[in-house]
Design a protein around this ligand. Structure first.
Ligand code: SF4
Length: 297
């Protein structure tokens, strides 16, 4: 029996799928599902379990949302809407339930600024629909080029499939983002990833691994078992709150960007464009000191 078949799927009725968002990049968020069957080991969204009455293991359940179609989609014109803030809108189950596609069809012509965040290439199914939105942006999370590490951490499609989808969308004229997140200290090779995708993406967003959630113990156990040489570094960063690693990475990215002639900026400017069309690297590290460093550029 595959992992997909073991997922407990249930339909639920909600009034609306659009919720106000306090994310800096969007006014509304849309999550057509509750839960996320990719079951990433570092998932910050697993806090959802507390609010939705789910006691199961994260990744083993999925509520499929059904909602009333908005009566006046044009009232959201000009609003930025992020699809997939606490689930992946292109989970394997989307092939059957098509709830993300339903949302895109309902909002076609509404004039919203659409952002889609995914770890899948199923998004290619909806390219025609997505392309009908003004300046849509599709983001793929890629935090490694190493399939073994990827399989240890997430149950989504292979990295090369994500990259191929990114390339295809870019060739079709859609804006693309490579979301290098979460960056695992000593494991995620940020520069190898940028070198791999910089020819076909508009933005490269960087976000560090945050171990605030209750998945910290699991990640530390994984590092101890699979990367014991990195354990002292992880203890420094996540037990003693030592920020040296992030400072150094920030400096290295800044130097890399200068060398490559790429823009490197801090958060709050997620959609700025470079003059020559090369990707813009945006730092979403949370440390103010690092933000200051990026500002120097
Ligand atoms: S894809 Fe995102 S929401 Fe889904 S399990 Fe992974 S981190 Fe969580």
């Amino acid at each position: 029996m595959s992992a997909e078949e073991r997922v407990a799927v249930a339909p639920i009725k909600v009034r609306s799928v659009m919720t106000k968002s306090n994310l800096p990049i969007a006014g509304y968020s849309v999550n057509p599902y509750v839960g996320c069957t990719h079951g990433c080991k570092y998932c910050y969204a697993c806090f959802m379990k507390r609010f939705t009455g789910h006691g199961e293991v994260w990744g083993s359940f999925l509520d499929v949302k059904y909602w009333d179609a908005p009566k006046d989609p044009r009232r959201y014109a000009g609003c930025t809407v992020i699809v997939g803030s606490v689930t992946d809108p292109y989970l394997p189950q989307e092939e059957e339930y098509r709830r993300t596609r339903a949302f895109l069809e309902e909002m076609k012509g509404s004039g919203i600024n659409l952002i889609i965040v995914t770890k899948s290439d199923l998004v290619l199914r909806d390219l025609d629909l997505i392309a009908s939105y003004p300046s849509p942006l599709i983001c793929w999370s890629v935090n490694t080029l190493d399939e073994d590490f990827r399989k240890d951490m997430d149950g989504a499609v292979a990295i090369e499939r994500r990259i191929a989808a990114m390339k295809k969308c870019h060739e079709e004229g859609l804006r693309t983002t490579c979301f290098v997140s979460p960056i695992f200290p000593g494991i995620t090779d940020v520069f190898a990833i940028i070198d791999r995708i910089k020819g076909f993406c508009n933005y490269i967003w960087l976000e560090n691994l945050n171990l605030r959630g209750n998945f910290k113990a699991g990640i530390m156990e994984y590092i101890k078992e699979k990367h014991p040489g990195l354990l002292p570094l992880y203890r420094d960063i996540y037990d003693r709150r030592d920020r040296t690693y992030w400072h150094m990475l920030d400096e290295n990215v800044r130097e890399y960007a200068q060398r490559e002639g790429m823009l490197y900026v801090i958060d709050k400017e997620p959609f700025m464009r470079s003059a020559d069309g090369s990707p813009v690297i945006i730092n979403y590290f949370y440390h103010s000191e690092i933000k200051q460093s990026a500002k120097k550029k």
